[in-house]
Design a protein around this ligand. Structure first.
Ligand code: 1GP
Length: 246
C-alpha cells in the first residue's frame, strides 16, 4: 500500500469523489505550466495525471519537474510507454491493458519497466485498463494494436473488470479514449461498479458538468479529464460548484 492509494481508498469509503486533470506532455508547453497549474490548484482537482499515447523521450520528466514546482497535488504518471517513467512524479498507474490481447501491453512492457522502476521512489498503482469503443479509432487502440470492448457487450466488459480485480489489480480504469465523442454512459459504469470492490476510474470525453456529475453518480471514484481543460480553461470554473449529490 502507498499513500496515494490509501487516500483513494479512504475517499471511496467516505464517498468523496476525486478528479484527476490529465496533462499530455506532447500538448503542454513548459512556459504555460505555471498559469495552468494555478488554475488546477484553485479547482476541485485532487490529482494531476501526466501521460499520453505517443510522447517524445525526455518530455515527461521536464513537464513533471515544472508541475511539481507549482503544486502540492499528487502527480501520477499515466504512461503510454516506459520512456515516460520518471522519478520526478509521486506515483505511476502501472497499467495492464486487460481489454486487449496484446501481450506487450498485458505484461511485456511491465517486465521492461522493472529495471527503471527499481531506481525510483514512485508509488506503484497496479491498474486494469479497459478501453471501450467510441465510434472512432483512439490513439490507445492504434498504438497498442488492440480492439476496444464494445459498449453493447456489457457482460464481457463487467467480467473483464472483475477478472482484473480477481488478479489482484488495485484499480480499474474505464477509458473511452482521449477526446472521445461520447463519454461512457452511466448504465455501463453502474454495472461495472456493482461487481467491483476496488476503486473505479473513468475517463474519456467528459466535457460538461452534467456528464461529470452523472459519471460520479453512476459510481466513478476518480474521474479523469484532459481535453476539456486543454480546449477551454474556463471549464475549471464551470465545475467549481461541486454538488454533494453522490
Ligand atoms: C484519456 O481518460 C482520459 O486517457 C481523458 O480523456 O482527454 O477526453 O478528457 P479526455
Amino acid at each position: 500500500m502507498n499513500s496515494i492509494y490509501e487516500n483513494i481508498i479512504a475517499s471511496k469509503a467516505e464517498g468523496k469523489k476525486l478528479l484527476a486533470v490529465l496533462i499530455d506532455p506532447d500538448k503542454m508547453l513548459i512556459v504555460n505550466v505555471k498559469q495552468f497549474i494555478t488554475k488546477v490548484n484553485l479547482s476541485i482537482a485532487t490529482h494531476i495525471f501526466v501521460g499520453g499515447s505517443e510522447v517524445g523521450e525526455g518530455l515527461t520528466e521536464k513537464l513533471v519537474f515544472e508541475i511539481k514546482k507549482h503544486t502540492q497535488l499528487p502527480v501520477v504518471l499515466f504512461p503510454g510507454d516506459i520512456i515516460q517513467i520518471t522519478n520526478k512524479a509521486d506515483g505511476i498507474l502501472f497499467l495492464s491493458l486487460i481489454s486487449g490481447r496484446n501481450p506487450d501491453y498485458l505484461i511485456g512492457k511491465h517486465v521492461q519497466a522493472v529495471s527503471k522502476l527499481k531506481d525510483t521512489q514512485l508509488q506503484i498503482l497496479p491498474t486494469g485498463y479497459i478501453l471501450i469503443e467510441n465510434g472512432k479509432q483512439t490513439a490507445v487502440e492504434r498504438v497498442s494494436c488492440t480492439e476496444p470492448i464494445k459498449r453493447s457487450d456489457l457482460k464481457h466488459l463487467v467480467e473483464t473488470a472483475k477478472a482484473g480485480e480477481l488478479l489482484g489489480l488495485k484499480l480499474i480504469y474505464l477509458e473511452a479514449g482521449s477526446g472521445a465523442t461520447h463519454a461512457i454512459e452511466a448504465h455501463i459504469i453502474q454495472k461495472v461498479k456493482e461487481e467491483l470492490n476496488i476503486p473505479l476510474i473513468v475517463g474519456g470525453g467528459i466535457r460538461t458538468k452534467n456528464v461529470l456529475d452523472a459519471t460520479y453518480k453512476a459510481g466513478a471514484d476518480v474521474v479523469v479529464i484532459g481535453t476539456a481543460f486543454e480546449e477551454n480553461e474556463s471549464f475549471f470554473n464551470e465545475i467549481k460548484n461541486h454538488e454533494n449529490i453522490y
